[in-house]
Write a protein that binds this ligand. Structure first.
Ligand code: FEO
Ligand code: CA
Ligand code: CA
Ligand code: CA
Length: 600
């Protein structure tokens, strides 16, 4: 598979690209195998019953793999064994229950939904003969975290009045984590997970009358009456007219330690509160850690957190205990991007400006550091809790749905997936800027920057767009300057990952080109920069999440297979992974090439 110049593909990317398709299966390159690692409802805890779609209970669900697995993180355990941590972002009741009534869910159904949220920790083991990976029911490590598991609040807002509720006058103990979307694996072997669209769980924001509280709720989309899932019918904490602070307890980054099953999961308030897609940690040259984060909403922001303390090397108990405190204190910044081309050349069409690049400079605006606020009229606690309002005040750059933000471990350059923003340029909405250059941006783009002098704690940087996604034949797309006749079409980049060679892997959410979602990869440096190739596609209606790129296998988290308009459990649009007439089941799948490394 030689490139157009006749040179060899970069290390780890020697595979024949998968063509766009709408097949109800995982399509991988020729020579690769695929298998399912674990499915919705498969046993996680000892004693869990086998999944029975027609006889679900809250108790069985709390011991089984949850619904709609999103981010997937992997840490090594023993030879051919890993701990896999999956986010269960949300429940889709019409696909979980036949005959579901959205206006009147039963308490049983609501409790099943609570148990299907949260996270799973599962031991996965490789079969040495076949190379396939399978989940194991492990008594020691396996764990379920649900919408009712107890979390400890850490950092500057822990114990603050803004987090106190009737059930928790301490403001330090939160039940559950919700809408865990993307995440990251820390250098100390814990998992970070972002609480994203938590607003959808809370009802009756429209009944709140206090103008200050109302404005805060509004900025987070907490303005409706009854919620979609009606959880407020069964627990007052989901009713904002009764518990206005409960929503302040969601929207954080949570950290869980898969190696210590008894360690309580933590919500880190120092990383701010917004619709956290996820957080990815990079160790800066001086040993401080930098967490990069996106707020996945149209016209919202990119953030970074720089720790006060430095990382301790190794994984002794002592070092890990120290490192697990790194995200409790530091400085929270929001990004401001400036283009270098004349505004007249950025006309919303996506046509490159005369200098041939969408590029420019930027800086990080500090919002708060420890207990000190840099935002006029807001205390530090308010900045961390209502971070969107703080970022609005300082004039941060409104982005096209910032999702994963992650540094390349090889060179520290940072990448952000900007999924799309069909509202860009609409009447009353912000128009194009060099960093978000397309009006009605349907296909999204991928941003790259390097911090000043390669120091990830720096407060200035240079940026450029690596990919302007869509149909390569269209004039409004750009693939790092690479020959567009040689690249795969891509739409709606969402999750990012790097392989050990430093290649960038991208998964998509909501392909607007008509093909199923999938996973793509490109080199970020050298002659093959921008030579994007599709590695796989996922089944009908599914989103490709997670990707984990190991040397000899790839994990893909197949979220919401069959969830297309008009479909439901009564009328399934996918039968993946079990085939026949079965219901679709969100699952983690593995892709590998027997006897070879990925991309070789
Ligand atoms: Fe849950 Fe931003 O995707
Ligand atoms: Ca996502
Ligand atoms: Ca430019
Ligand atoms: Ca998504």
């Amino acid at each position: 598979h030689r490139g157009p110049g006749g040179h060899r593909p970069p290390r780890g990317l020697d595979f024949a690209p998968v063509a766009p398709n709408t097949e109800d299966r995982i399509v991988a390159p020729a020579g690769y195998r695929t298998d399912v690692v674990i499915r919705w409802g498969d046993p996680v805890l000892p004693g869990a019953p086998a999944f029975d779609f027609d006889n679900q209970t809250p108790e069985s669900a709390a011991a089984q793999f949850g619904f709609n697995n999103d981010f997937c993180g992997l840490v090594p355990l023993r030879r051919d064994q890993w701990l896999m941590v999956s986010n269960h972002e949300y429940s889709s009741e019409p696909f979980m229950f036949k005959g579901y009534s959205a206006s009147a869910p039963t308490e049983e159904q609501v409790r099943i939904a609570w148990a299907n949220h949260g996270m799973s920790v599962v031991v996965v083991e490789r079969d040495r003969r076949s190379g396939a990976l399978k989940a194991k029911v492990d008594r020691h490590y396996n764990r379920r975290i649900t919408a009712t598991s107890e979390f400890e609040v850490s950092g500057p807002v822990a114990g603050h009045d803004l987090l106190k509720t009737t059930a928790d006058p301490s403001g330090r103990k939160v039940l559950g984590t919700l809408n865990n979307c993307a995440g990251g694996v820390t250098p100390w072997g814990t998992i970070l997970s972002g609480e994203e669209n938590f607003n959808q769980y809370f009802a009756n924001g429209n009944k709140v009358t206090d103008p200050v509280v109302k404005a805060r709720l509004a900025r987070y989309g907490l303005v409706g009456g009854a919620s979609g899932r009606k959880w407020e019918n069964f627990d007052d904490r989901f009713d904002l007219s009764k518990e206005p602070n409960e929503a302040n307890r969601f929207g954080w980054i949570v950290e869980i330690d898969p190696y210590e099953p008894d360690a309580k999961p933590v919500k880190h308030t120092a990383l701010g509160r917004f619709k956290h897609e996820g957080a990815n940690v990079h160790v800066a040259r001086d040993g401080r850690v930098v967490a990069y984060m996106g707020d996945d909403e149209r016209f919202d922001y990119i953030y970074k957190f720089v720790s006060k303390e430095r990382v301790r090397p190794g994984n002794s108990r002592w070092a890990r205990a120290h490192n697990k405190k790194l995200l409790t204190e530091g400085t929270l910044y929001v990004a401001k991007f400036t283009g270098d081309s004349p505004a007249a050349e950025i006309d919303g069409s996506g046509k490159l400006p005369a200098d041939g690049q969408f590029d420019g400079v930027g800086h990080w605006i500090p919002l708060a550091s420890g207990r000190k606020s840099f935002v006029e009229g807001m205390s530090a606690e308010e900045v961390y809790t209502f971070t969107r309002l703080a970022a609005d005040k300082v004039g941060a750059t409104k982005m096209d749905r910032p999702e994963d933000v992650e540094a390349n471990p090889r060179d520290g350059r940072v990448y952000a997936a900007l999924t799309n923003n069909t509202d860009r340029g609409k009447p009353g909405k912000e128009g194009p800027t060099e960093i978000n250059p397309r009006n009605g941006n349907r296909h999204g783009h991928v941003l790259e920057w390097e911090e000043h002098r390669g120091d990830n704690t720096a407060t200035t940087f240079r940026w450029r767009l690596l990919l302007v996604c869509g149909d390569p034949a269209a004039s409004d797309t750009y693939f790092g300057g690479y020959d567009k006749s040689q690249v795969s079409p891509i739409s709606c980049p969402d999750n990012l990952a790097f392989d050990k060679h430093g290649n960038l892997w991208i998964s998509t959410d909501g392909n607007a080109l008509g093909s199923n979602d999938g996973i793509f990869a490109t080199a970020t440096t050298g002659r093959e920069r921008g030579h994007l190739k599709q590695f796989l596609t996922v089944p009908n209606g599914a989103e490709a999440c997670g990707p984990v790129i190991e040397e000899d296998f790839v994990l893909v988290s197949v979220q919401h297979p069959g969830e297309i308009d008009g479909a439901s459990a009564d009328n399934p649009a996918s039968h993946w992974p079990d085939g026949g007439a079965t219901q679709p089941r969100p699952s983690v799948a593995v892709v590998w090439k027997p006897g070879r490394a990925i991309g070789s």
